[in-house]
Design a protein around this ligand. Structure first.
Ligand code: ADE
Length: 262
């Protein structure tokens, strides 16, 4: 997959580009990541990219022309990559990171990871001129109901969530398949050596060496934790008889404990 990011702060993206799963995906060519700075497309001597809002009020608004030019440069970048790789051309969808967007979910991350390319638009200041949204944005995406000072961290969140889903990007592809949220459940608890730490033992099921016992225990924990911590994730769920029994077992095992999250 190819991702172009339009940002006034390209240096921030070293944080994801150079390390971890995203860094590896970039190094191995699983992910192409290019940065486009609207300031490079400003036309005045001061390389201005923002101005005061019409109607007054605090802060600055990112101007139309430098942003459209940077988005066009990103589209051209993608066209070059697509042509060189013999991929079908066509514009990459432009995704604007904003608290006004739809919330990023694992499902939306998967949908993005299925695309050949995307352009992420990271806004700064009070936002971008609405005409950019009208003219060039296909989708608005939020990473949660809180306000950050810019779209760079949200764009990095999207890049991380997407990159780890790309075929060939994880050392252990199975872990992406198995883990949290994949079928709408929270993750089960994990343990490693030693068997006793801080006076606490690893659950016996995980030491049993019996794969079926381990699988059953993990599923039970995932169901139970979801029930306790994020019950809304279970609304509308189609329950198998086995899952129902596992949850009942979890609840009876934890009955009498305070159920507190630790
Ligand atoms: N820009 C500022 N806050 C944001 C958020 N929560 N999600 C996406 N983009 C943002």
């Amino acid at each position: 997959m190819w991702i172009g990011v339009v940002t006034l702060f390209p240096e921030m993206f070293g944080a994801v580009r150079d390390a971890g799963v995203v860094g590896r995906a970039v190094r191995t060519g699983v992910l192409g990541l290019e940065l486009y700075n609207p300031r490079d497309h400003a036309t005045d001597r001061h390389r201005t990219v923002d101005d005061r809002p019409y109607g007054g009020g605090p802060g600055m608004v990112m101007q139309v022309e430098p942003l459209l030019a940077a988005i066009a440069a990103a589209q051209a970048g993608w066209q070059g990559v697509a042509a060189a790789a013999g991929l079908p051309d066509g514009p990459a969808p432009v995704i604007y990171l904003t608290p006004q967007g739809k919330t990023l979910t694992q499902r939306r991350a998967r949908a993005l990871a299925d695309l050949p390319a995307a352009i992420l638009l990271a806004g700064r200041y009070e936002g971008v001129d609405e005409r950019v949204v009208r003219l060039a944005v296909d989708q608005e995406l939020s990473i949660g109901d809180y306000v950050l000072s810019g779209g760079e961290l949200p764009a990095m969140v999207v890049i991380d969530a997407v990159a780890r889903l790309l075929p060939g990007s994880l050392g252990n592809v199975a872990s992406a398949l198995e883990e949290s949220h994949l079928d709408g459940l929270l993750d089960y608890p994990h343990y490693t050596r030693p068997e006793i730490a801080g006076g606490l033992a690893v659950p016996a099921e995980l030491l049993s060496g019996d794969h079926a016992v381990v699988r059953r225990w993990r599923r039970k924990q995932a169901l139970g934790r979801t029930w306790q911590r994020r019950p809304e994730l279970l609304a509308g769920r189609e329950w198998s008889a086995e899952d129902r029994a596992l949850l009942a077992e979890f609840l009876s095992e934890t009955a009498g404990t305070d159920g507190a999250i630790r």
